[in-house]
Design a protein around this ligand. Structure first.
Ligand code: SF4
Length: 409
């Protein structure tokens, strides 16, 4: 990749520089992740999608506006320089991000890479796609620019097409798998993100992912719901999934992120996930209209959860940290709901994903909508794992489970 000066940004899009140091973000972590909404629309109409829970999405431009693209490049250059960042993570997202023109995507990634190079900052790029619009040209672009790709595939055709429908109500499994295989054919190793169908057999999912797709790195997430929604129990599903994975797939190098997080949580380790455990809110979303917002998944509580007055055209990136919705989410993520404070799983669970804690009556002051399920799942994971982990106490080797029973661990 050749190094080109930032002056490639057309001057008529040039903005007044903003000196980020003036922004008082000293009480917050400096943002190192940006979820960049290349498109606010999607070619699919998945039944569980949080993004289209209300119609406000349709009030924003369908794809990122050109002046927003250039404002992003300039603001990010200022942000990296001001905070002397050594790495920054750009996550391209939608809607369906491949609705964005490929030529503009390549130019944007190139410009972002160049501002990183010019400032000694490692730029990391990833994209989450439904896979149906992947072409050899897109695959080559991802390969060329080092973009990591995650494809949303919910498992077998029956599992996937239950919810992941086209706008005409047809299944999208065949196209998603074709897109996945196109990526593989171009030397990319995509990860897969599945949303679980708690009524399905998780063994079928495991076999499909590993034997049919050849995928060893994937995630299986609960449907995104809040405390005002009707919940279908996920406990039996995840317990079955965990047992099959732990007994038969873990040793084969199959990594399922959510299950790793559960396991790390019960062992008292950092869960490395925002789905489980404590952790500050890192990710900022950039809308197609330039809006800077808290993590987009908080829309599960309604569009008002992410609305701010900050825009990349006129604000520094850190300015979003002053916004009430960002501060509400940030402080809520760092403290448990009072109902969680005496829970035996509080450190592993941390109240679950912040968005799942929402209710209109109490805001984030709730346990997870999946609380009862999480308790069962974490009890089970502890039972399985704690017998297999050994520690040495005053010369005696014992399982973690025995140590806990003796009050040592
Ligand atoms: S299991 Fe329930 S009560 Fe315990 S920390 Fe998680 S959400 Fe809170």
């Amino acid at each position: 990749m050749s190094r080109v000066a930032d002056s490639r940004v057309p001057r008529h899009f040039d903005l007044q520089p903003i000196h980020e140091g003036a922004a008082d973000a000293s009480s917050y972590p400096i943002p190192g992740y940006l979820l960049i909404k290349l498109a606010s629309r999607c070619n699919l109409a998945c039944t569980y999608c949080y993004w289209f829970r209300d119609g406000t999405v349709y009030e924003t431009p369908s794809v990122m506006q050109v002046d927003v693209e250039y404002a992003l490049v300039e603001r990010l250059a200022e942000h990296i320089a001001c905070h002397k960042l050594s790495s920054f993570n750009c996550i391209f997202h939608g809607g369906e991000p491949l609705l964005f023109p490929l030529r503009r995507f390549e130019r944007l990634v190139q410009l972002l890479a160049e501002i990183g190079q010019a400032r000694g900052c490692k730029m990391e790029f990833s994209i989450t796609t439904n896979g149906t619009l992947v072409t050899p040209e897109w695959a080559r672009a991802f390969q060329k620019h080092g973009v990591e790709v995650a494809v949303s595939i919910d498992g077998t055709e029956a599992m996937h097409d239950r919810a992941r429908l086209t706008r005409r109500g047809l299944g999208s499994h065949a196209d998603a798998v074709r897109g996945y295989r196109t990526l593989c054919d171009h030397g990319i190793t995509p990860s897969v993100i599945a949303v679980c169908d708690p009524t399905s057999d998780p063994i079928d999912l495991l076999e499909f992912m590993t034997d049919s797709l050849g995928c060893t790195r994937f995630d299986v997430l609960p449907p995104d719901l809040n405390n005002d929604d009707t919940i279908v129990s996920i406990a039996g599903y995840y317990i079955h999934l965990f047992d099959a994975w732990y007994d038969r797939y873990l040793g084969r190098g199959v990594r399922i992120r959510y299950l790793y997080s559960l396991m790390r949580g019960v062992l008292g380790l950092d869960t490395n996930s925002d789905s489980m455990g404590y952790g500050p809110l890192h990710t900022i979303s950039l809308g197609t209209n330039g809006s800077l917002e808290p993590n987009d998944v908080l829309r599960i509580g309604g569009a008002a959860r992410t609305t701010t007055s900050a825009n990349v055209r006129s604000n520094a990136i850190v300015d979003v940290c002053r916004e009430p919705t960002w501060q509400e989410a940030y402080s809520s993520a760092l403290k448990l709901a009072s109902a969680c404070e005496s829970c035996r799983h509080r450190s592993a669970c941390g109240g679950g994903h912040l968005s799942h804690r929402w209710s209109d009556a109490r805001g984030y002051e709730n346990p997870s909508a999946y609380c009862a399920d999480l308790q069962q799942i974490l009890d089970h994971v502890w039972d399985r794992v704690a017998s297999d982990v050994f520690l040495n106490h005053e010369g005696a080797t014992m399982s973690l489970k025995d140590a806990r029973a003796l009050g040592i661990a």
